[in-house]
Ligand binder design. Structure first.
Ligand code: SAM
Length: 287
């Protein structure tokens, strides 16, 4: 691929999704875009770049869809979920008026395992929560994984990763070769297509945010922009959970680490009160 072709593809991806691809990752473009080239009868990546330069929104959409990494699993890394169960839910429940809804956001929801793991925790915390309403919102930029999340049907391989046997038996039903999540758990979560770089305000305010294993794909300014927008959508006593390889340190001061709990952050005092709103031109369009 020519340097100009590479610059076009990397530039389109960065602008559309935040995904930062360095020249050392050209192999990823080669591997993942081969089916797109075949489908559209394009000779090579330079031909694809030329088509994108001429303006091809549908093709740009396909590029984002195939270049995102949608890897996920139930109760991924365990600790953040245990923290929600034993720390955040009890604290936020005690802090809220009895009729207030608790809102939980899975901000890069992929195929839904994270949102459903949180829904299972909520179901198992009913003795604590009583009748308190809890809403779980899963968002992602990619459509195909979101469709799978809504479906709530997982392969044997997917349920074997992270789900203890008694949780599987209790909250899933065998459905042919797959396992379907139980209706009451599925009903707790809804899924929406949303780019973390778009205006997040229509999503409302959240008490708990999981933004795990997505910031690793962004460059530092894009990470800061996404985190600062997320901070503005959080209750002042809300909790943010990042992935094991992610941190706010050196990226933004809108979050402060919760001492002793790796990857868990509180909203810094100034974040919700004084942060300027994202200008419309930067925010883009909400879907
Ligand atoms: C590796 S998965 C993480 C799934 C889950 N959070 C977990 O930790 O298991 C990363 C997800 O981020 C999504 N993503 C990438 N860029 C995004 C963006 N700009 N806005 C929203 N989602 C994005 C991808 O589509 C993908 O589904």
């Amino acid at each position: 691929m020519t340097p100009q072709g590479f610059a076009t593809l990397a530039g389109v991806l960065r602008a559309a999704s935040g995904l930062a691809i360095g020249p050392d990752k050209q192999y990823l473009l080669d591997a993942r875009l081969a089916p797109v080239l075949r489908k559209h009868g394009l000779a090579d990546l330079d031909a694809l770049a030329a088509r994108l330069r001429a303006g091809a929104p549908a093709l740009e959409r396909e590029l984002v869809e195939v270049m995102t990494t949608n890897e996920s699993s139930f109760f991924r890394d365990e600790k953040p979920f245990a923290h929600v169960r034993t720390q955040s839910l009890p604290r936020l429940h005690a802090a809220r008026p009895p009729k207030a809804k608790l809102r939980i956001w899975s901000a890069a929801a992929s195929t839904g395992q994270e949102a459903y793991s949180l829904a299972i925790i909520v179901a198992e915390s009913r003795a604590l929560l009583g009748t308190r309403e809890v809403e779980i919102v899963g968002t992602d930029i990619a459509r195909e994984p979101l469709a799978r999340a809504r479906e709530g049907s997982f392969s044997q391989f997917e349920v074997q990763r992270g789900l203890p046997m008694q949780t599987l038996v209790r909250y899933f039903k065998k459905d042919g070769a797959n396992w379907r999540i139980a209706d009451p758990i599925r009903a707790m979560a809804s899924f929406r297509e949303w780019n973390l770089l778009d205006d997040l305000r229509p999503l409302g305010t959240f008490d708990i945010v999981f933004c795990r294993n997505v910031l690793i794909y962004f460059d530092p300014p894009t990470k800061a922009r996404a985190l600062e927008a997320i901070a503005r959508q959080m209750a002042p006593d809300g909790v943010l959970y990042l992935g094991g390889a992610e941190t706010v340190l050196g990226v933004t001061d809108r979050f402060a680490p919760i001492p002793g709990d790796r990857g868990v952050y509180g909203v810094a005092a100034t974040a919700t009160a004084t942060a300027p709103r994202m200008p419309a031109a930067v925010a883009g369009t909400a879907r």
